[in-house]
Design a protein around this ligand. Structure first.
Ligand SMILES: O=P(O)(O)OC[C@H]1O[C@H](OP(=O)(O)OP(=O)(O)O)[C@H](O)[C@@H]1O
Ligand code: HPA
Ligand SMILES: [Mg+2]
Length: 175
């Protein structure tokens, strides 16, 4: 039975909204690559799916890296964080490139929030370089390179999760 006062989702608790357009996201990924270019070269890019797939494609293209692997983790069910599930790890071939500890590998995700996902992946590859486009304060210490920090009470809306919609004028009570 549904509870009388349903628990607020992480998105509802966040309060503030930070919508990101495709253009903005592409620019931020390129800015991230400028920084990563100073750190590499990297043997392979590893995307944390699914959110890491888009930035990983852009970063890999800009860095000229053609070996791309995934670590598949599910944490948020729409917007509530449940237990982390590792659905797939990196291949034995990629693990070998990283010498077993992840050295020379670049892990990419769209953001760190609480840092739980990042912690899990870092533990798998302690010597890998971990990059995200956005970082919230709780997860920030886990990331080696990121571009934009947003406050913990902000929810980032990515372009692949959103669509254009009509907004009422501000004077009519728009938020
Ligand atoms: O720092 P954390 O609190 O762990 O949150 C960050 C993670 O949450 C989101 O992924 P999600 O599990 O929602 O899956 P998705 O990438 O498939 O959307 C996001 O893409 C990060 O991977
Ligand atoms: O702020 C966020 N936006 C989208 N997905 C997320 N997953 C954790 N935090 C966020
Ligand atoms: Mg994710």
């Amino acid at each position: 039975m549904a509870p009388d006062t349903p628990e607020l989702s992480a998105q509802e608790r966040a309060g503030k909204a930070f919508p990101v357009s495709w253009d903005q996201f592409h620019r931020d990924c390129r800015a991230l690559t400028w920084r990563l270019n100073e750190v590499g070269p990297f043997h392979a890019v590893i995307a944390i799916t699914r959110g890491g797939l888009v930035p990983a494609a852009i970063v890999a293209r800009e860095l000229g890296v053609r070996v791309i692997d995934t670590v598949c983790i599910a944490s948020y069910d729409h917007d509530k964080q449940g237990d982390l599930k590792v659905l797939k790890s990196i291949s034995a071939e990629t693990a070998k490139l990283g010498g077993g500890t992840g050295k020379g590998l670049l892990i990419v995700d769209d953001l760190v929030d609480t840092g739980k996902t990042g912690r899990l992946v870092r533990d798998m590859m302690p010597d890998a370089h971990f990059a995200t486009v956005y970082a919230k304060p709780k997860g920030k210490p886990l990331v080696d390179t990121f571009i934009t920090e947003v406050s913990q009470d902000t929810w980032i809306f990515f372009p692949w999760d959103t669509a254009l919609s009509f907004q009422p004028p501000i004077r009519d009570g728009a938020a």
